[in-house]
Design a protein around this ligand. Sequence first.
Ligand code: SF4
Length: 64
Amino acid sequence: MRIELDRPRCEGHGLCEEAAPALMHLDEDGELLIDVPEVGGADLDAAKAAVRVCPVAALRLEAA
Ligand code: SF4
């Protein structure tokens, strides 16, 4: 699966990073960067948690 970010929606609070720190991080400007866009296995579980926790639904998972 692939993590997709709707960047205009993202407010940069970083809850997704807390849920999946190995997959994404906020840079020094508060922009979210997806470090591992293609996920499977344990990474997929973390990615799903990040999607769930985003308060503005800026993240989604799509078939890779
Ligand atoms: S939780 Fe949502 S709004 Fe916050 S940084 Fe992540 S994608 Fe952006």
